[in-house]
Design a protein around this ligand. Structure first.
Ligand code: SF4
Ligand code: SF4
Length: 161
């Protein structure tokens, strides 16, 4: 039986509050910010800075506006955030994947990410960067390596092209 197409806003409401992977440092280390967005974001407590030595501005992820269950500045979030649709979200909107199936993937990814974040001390770092730092320090054992690999596969499922 074909699944029904859903409005993108409904899919976001059904999935994103349970996920947050594109805000909390699980998927990305930074979030792009347009130059004209910098001042309003600073007024809301965020800290846009130049990426590397380029003029492009970013805010670091985990984003300080991420509450754990949504965005504290949702109505004024950067355009890059407002326009982002991960692969899983698009597949649910197209009716190719059910909300229940997507929630299963998101639930497992979030549980693994939260656990790994505690184990590698990534509270203020992007999770992938934190795991890589621990690997360079020789502090990644076989179990952590396997969990990071499982999370990587789930993140590809959520946001891979
Ligand atoms: S990764 Fe996808 S489902 Fe998760 S919060 Fe971002 S857009 Fe929503
Ligand atoms: S501004 Fe909001 S939507 Fe954008 S990364 Fe931060 S918490 Fe997520």
């Amino acid at each position: 039986m074909a699944m029904t197409r859903l409005p993108a806003a409904d899919v976001g409401a059904a999935l994103c509050a349970r996920c947050g992977a594109c805000c909390d440092g699980t998927l990305f280390d930074v979030v792009p910010v347009a130059p004209e967005e910098a001042a309003p974001l600073r007024a809301r407590g965020l800290d846009p800075f130049p990426r590397d030595h380029e003029a492009d501005l970013v805010v670091a992820a985990p984003c300080t506006a991420h509450t754990g269950a949504g965005c504290a500045i949702y109505a004024e979030r950067p355009g890059a955030c407002a326009s982002y649709r991960c692969r899983l979200l698009r597949e649910v909107a197209d009716g190719a994947v059910s909300v229940g199936q997507a929630r299963e993937v998101i639930g497992r990814a979030r549980a693994l990410a939260d656990d790994l974040r505690c184990r590698v001390g990534a509270a203020h770092l992007g999770l992938r960067r934190a795991v890589e730092l621990r690997r360079l320090e020789g502090a990644v054992d076989a179990e952590l390596f396997a969990d990071a690999a499982e999370l990587g596969a789930l993140l590809d499922r959520i946001a891979g092209d």
